[in-house]
Write a protein that binds this ligand. Sequence first.
Ligand code: PMV
Length: 364
Amino acid sequence: MNFEPAYLNADLMFSGVDIPSGKMIWRSPSNIALVKYWGKKPVQIPQNPSASFTLSKSYSETEVSYTPATSGKPEIDFYFHGQRNPQFKKKTSRFFESLSGIFPFVNQLKFEIHSKNTFPHSAGIASSASGMSVLAMVLCDMERQFFGTLQKEEAFRRKASYIARLGSGSACRSVYGGLVIWGETDGVSGTSDFYGFPVIKGVHEIFADYQDAILLVDAGEKKVPSRVGHGLMNSNPFATERFIEARDNMAKLLQAMRMGDAGTFTRITESEALTLHAMMMTSQPYFLLMKPGTLQIIERIFAFREKTGLPVSFTLDAGPNVHLLYPAAIKRDVKQFIDNDLRVFLSPLGYIDDMVGNGPEKIL
Ligand code: PMV
């Protein structure tokens, strides 16, 4: 059993420090889950462990300017791609207010936030993962800069991951690069329900630069937010079995990734994707996030794999877009496959040619 880090009651540590005006810019990527987190307990504690690849090209870049203020609570102005965004302002205000026990300094500042994504927003490409993790990086960086804490990289990342989790569960995995686990996992010491854990050693080299072509079937806003989907798991009749299965899949996936076993990797990731959507379809009220193009692409992937024997697999996030996962060595074949067989099912936005990345980066 992992214990929650003692981040609350930090008020004393921070008393008496006046923060001057300043600015920070961080980039933080999205991630794609291989074993899915779907279902949670308060506060943002997952019902089962999950694992993801952090992405490289799909990220949020967020500039945060702060100035002293006197209202006694965090004042937020939020611009998304240059436009004032009341929805993000509200979400961020709520998030910062919820953190005032951990970062009391947010109450003495006004924040002007300018954020942009390199990928379509709210299309199930975990924009909350990049968006919340980038804010967590900034807040921890401010703590480090103004209070001299979090000097060790490990402590800095762990707290950033803990904070990101409070913003959006899956965001805690984006704080690290590569393969990241969130949730206590049998046989992997260091894993926790409170923050992400990067799997640095023992993963077979074929997975080090794994590719993810994100096929944009429909880049519109999704109709059911994941918050609602998680909530519906509380009454889903298959939930208990699902949580057991996810644990079992974690063990199988990690073993396959140690061995470089692309066949087992494919079976687990694809089954996880379909199970995630099956949970949506078996919730009450039920809902469906796949589109006809999603299924057509999946059929084509099955046929391509059957015909060529190449290790391509798919996964899905909470949306209709298909993540086509494959080793870098077959990039040329996969490009041809997408151009010849899959293009017709894509939205005008086409696809994002992404891959496993290194995690957040400080720009300023
Ligand atoms: O972090 P949330 O609350 O947006 O939930 C994300 C859930 C999935 O993306 C569907 C799965 C996952 O593990 O990332």
